[in-house]
Design a protein around this ligand. Sequence first.
Ligand code: LLP
Length: 423
Amino acid sequence: MPTLITDPTTALHQTQLLALAKHYQGPFWAYDAQIIRQQVAKLRQFDVIRFAQKSCSNTHILRLMREEGVKVDSVSVGELERALQAGFSPESDDIVFTADLLDTEGLARVRELNVAVNTGSIDMLKQLAEVSPGHRVWLRINPGFGHGHSQKTNTGGENSKHGIWYEQLPDALAVIHSAGLQLEGLHMHIGSGVDYQHLQQVCDAMVEQVLSSGCDLRAISAGGGLSTPYTFDDQEIDPAHYFSLWDHARHRIAEHLGHAITLEIEPGRFLVAQSGVLVSQVRGTKWMGSRHFTLVDAGFSDLMRPAMYGSYHHISVMAADSSDTTSRPVQATLVAGPLCESGDVFTQLAGGEVEPRTLPLAYVGDYLVFHDTGAYGASMSSNYNSRPLIPEVLIDNGHLTEIRRRQTVAELLALESARTLTL
Ligand code: LLP
């Protein structure tokens, strides 16, 4: 699984990551642009690759995507502004707005920009129709089932808040018709980490929905959810097979409707997960009875996935003096961060049980690299414990660009200037 940046034994990257670590004197993210391009290339068979920017929303990553011909999905006003800043055009089909609801600000902005909206409820359709008759819409359908790498990333079925329940598609179409909205297509995203069994099921559900509803459309979207390897045992989903199943569904729909259908895919993780690492420094080691702890200067305020889902991220040790750590004695250790919270442990299972990881013995001053953190890493960071957001660096063919500087504490405090409200 690991490629280039995910393998710190690669001399070039180890040298660069160490130089960056010494420069920043604190944790940081680094992304390898070449890996992102490689991942994009694997999905070129799809007519449209639409990047789910929630996975990694830095505008420089978005710009790289645009340069690769990738379009973008935005789920909030903030993500819309990011897409615009990266040069995506709102009037074309460059951007689709896929929020679960239209808040007041979002409704005003999509209307103003005339961005197509992927609607997840009949209320959204009605609210949009009221202010923007004729607006371009997609229908996000919940097909009645879902699948995810964790229950928290399963976005289908009765327990999911996402999408329009499949049996209500006729009602949604009636609103579109009566309000004069313009239907672009149907969209199904059943979760993150889709397996082949559910993939076939969702393709069939898409065909069934179009054929049984009698609607006409120009496009379908397969959503995202393509899995990527996090452990050495994981397999990357086969993009050619993924495409062939969706292509078959698309042909059945096109045949039924009598015209061509555009096939979109909307991945986040697949495009960026393997491109990114989080680099942290070992600031302490200690024994708690029989347990060994390695304490690093990054916490779940930076990388939330282990605490949130029990997600596994491969960890490697880089020596401060750049010597080889693979020949060091190993130690089963719990890797934890600086936050005042017991859950701030990177080596834990879903449910919160901690699990020691066997790593080359790391000393204070060495660096721990968390691999495959390009997706839902920086984009899920927070300011918990009043810790500023950490820098992001893009590495492209050996060329280093800081694409986000470290946030300052002063910037955090500046939000809190009190003022009297007279309503
Ligand atoms: N499209 C829609 C409508 C989505 O809601 C999502 C992800 C995607 C596409 C992209 O899914 P992907 O290809 O990245 O799996 N924070 C979790 C993942 C939450 C995903 C939310 N929606 C994690 O760290 O695994």
